[in-house]
Design a protein around this ligand. Structure first.
Ligand SMILES: Cc1ncc(COP(=O)(O)O)c(C=O)c1O
Length: 478
């Protein structure tokens, strides 16, 4: 298409955006291709830099292009095909007993097999973590603290770490009192303590669906029931449905991953977080908030947390350093609001205190290790890998497939045509040397049978062949 700035009465940025759109529609620019840089296009079309920026912003809003940090703008693969909020059937929203253990145990077993390419795991790529620096800090801090390094970290955990966590959370607009934070053995233990402090056997917990499968297993093991509320990749848990559900059913707690949830990668808009806190407050229902991916936003803005709006100490905020520093260090934390005393007591019963040396190393890394610099590199790395894996899925999966375009974290949720059975695909994928996380794992009621979650953290060009195989295996089922 020829660009003629006098051709129409539209604003100039719309003409530029139409021009690029036509190059995409006619296939001159293909999914995954880089579009001309802002400077280059401004020179080429003889329009200002600002006009091109406005045009690219417009194309981004319409999901035709996407910005990749430090790399420029790219045509979105299958730009209009991202999974949306599923059709909501209110009659189907009722508490469900969870019985997923066997399936998830089988998958956890396979994800420990070093022979397999692990596209189904929850872990970050160790290559992206500051392993050497952490090792040095473990040694220097345990030396510096002498005999204290073998003591119990009682009364909520190592004080220096709790101060560093409170300081970091200011970036999420959340003011925490270090004295009101309890260090836990990973985020998983924080969620466990939060559920134990707020619920009793037989109680109902409202959760977003799809939900991180280990949480469903935890709900199962505590004898709780899950009330599954649909969630969308764009803005997370559907608040009108949650409001309706808690008016119908007595709910004892609500568990939500507010920022870059797994598997959907959704990030609740700030206004939704505020509304969620107010809604649950009105009904006296505690919110258990998981922010484990909050530091992994692809933009420079760290999203806020629902806890920032917690006026009545009704939010139990949970997180850890498992996705950003060291999953095996098992350093997590909880700011449990008015449940502080109960959580602290339960923590003592479970394991007395979390290990001291790893708390020391993480505290030192946060204070002097360049955590912000490390996060910047990590976010850039994951933004690129997530985009590249998304493009590969668009190239190799059968028509009708949809894939999320998350703005943080490192997971992709792939919704394939309805005939594809994700559990059968799991078995075929194993035969071809890889694991995936099948959709039904993420639901207590067997939903998402045609979906899978893939971990993009390990993406490299070598992996494209596996994605191609996976796409072919999915197509074989049609
Ligand atoms: C959303 C979410 N929360 C919690 C956890 C558990 O974190 P940790 O390893 O710190 O216990 C995971 C781990 O994959 C997760 O994805």
């Amino acid at each position: 298409m020829h660009f003629d700035r006098n051709d129409t009465n539209q604003p100039l940025y719309c003409q530029v955006s139409d021009y690029i759109e036509s190059l995409i529609r006619t296939g001159t620019l293909r999914p995954g291709d880089q579009v001309p840089s802002i400077r280059k296009l401004s020179r080429q079309l003889e329009v200002s830099i600002n006009t091109v920026k406005q045009a690219y912003g417009h194309l981004e809003d319409h999901r035709l292009v996407e910005a990749r940090p430090q790399a420029g703008y790219f045509v979105q693969a299958r730009s209009l095909e991202t999974p949306g909020l599923p059709q909501i059937d209110r009659a189907a929203i009722h508490p469900t007993e969870v019985t997923l253990s066997e399936l998830s145990q089988m998958i956890l077993r396979d994800t420990r097999n070093p022979e397999l390419l692990q596209l189904g795991v929850n872990l970050p790529d160790p290559e992206s973590l500051p392993v050497d620096q952490l090792r040095r800090m473990l040694a220097s801090e345990t030396r510096r603290l002498g005999n204290d390094c073998v003591a119990y970290a009682l009364d909520g955990g190592y004080p220096r770490l709790r101060k560093q966590i409170a300081k970091r959370m200011l970036a999420a607009n959340c003011t925490l009192d270090p004295e009101q934070i309890v260090i836990t053995t990973g985020c998983m233990q924080a969620i466990f303590l939060a559920l134990k402090a707020t619920c009793q056997r037989g109680d109902v917990v409202a959760v977003e669906t799809p939900l991180f499968f280990i949480f469903l297993q935890l709900i199962e093991s505590l004898g709780l029931k899950a009330l599954e509320i649909p969630s969308s990749p764009d803005d997370g848990i559907h608040l009108p449905t949650l409001r309706y559900a808690i008016e119908q059913t007595p709910v004892k707690a609500c568990l939500v991953v507010t920022n870059f949830s797994t598997p959907l990668g959704s990030c609740m808009p700030t206004a939704h977080k505020q509304e969620l806190v107010a809604l649950l407050d009105r009904h006296g229902i505690p919110l258990i908030e998981d922010d484990i991916h909050g530091d992994l936003s692809f933009s420079d803005m760290r999203p806020t947390v629902a806890k920032a709006f917690d006026r009545n100490e009704n939010v139990l905020l949970c997180s850890s350093f498992s996705k950003t520093l060291a999953p095996g260090f098992r350093v997590g934390w909880i700011a449990p609001g008015k449940y502080f005393k109960k959580v602290n007591q339960l923590k003592t019963l479970v394991d007395i205190a979390s290990p001291m040396p790893t708390q020391m190393a993480v505290a030192e890394f946060l204070a002097n290790g360049g955590y912000e610099r490390h996060l910047r590199a990590l976010r850039r790395r994951y933004a690129i890998k997530v985009a590249q894996m998304g493009d590969a899925i668009a190239r190799h999966f059968p028509p009708g497939t949809k894939v999320t375009r998350p703005r943080g974290g490192f997971f992709l949720w792939v919704e394939m045509p309805e005939q594809v059975d994700a559990i059968a695909l799991y078995a075929r994928a194993l035969e071809h040397g890889m694991t995936i996380a099948p959709g039904p794992l993420f639901s207590a009621s067997g939903k998402f049978g045609n979906c899978i979650r893939l971990n993009a953290a390990f993406w490299s060009e070598r992996i494209e062949a596996y994605i191609q195989t996976l796409g072919r295996l999915a197509a074989d089922q049609l």
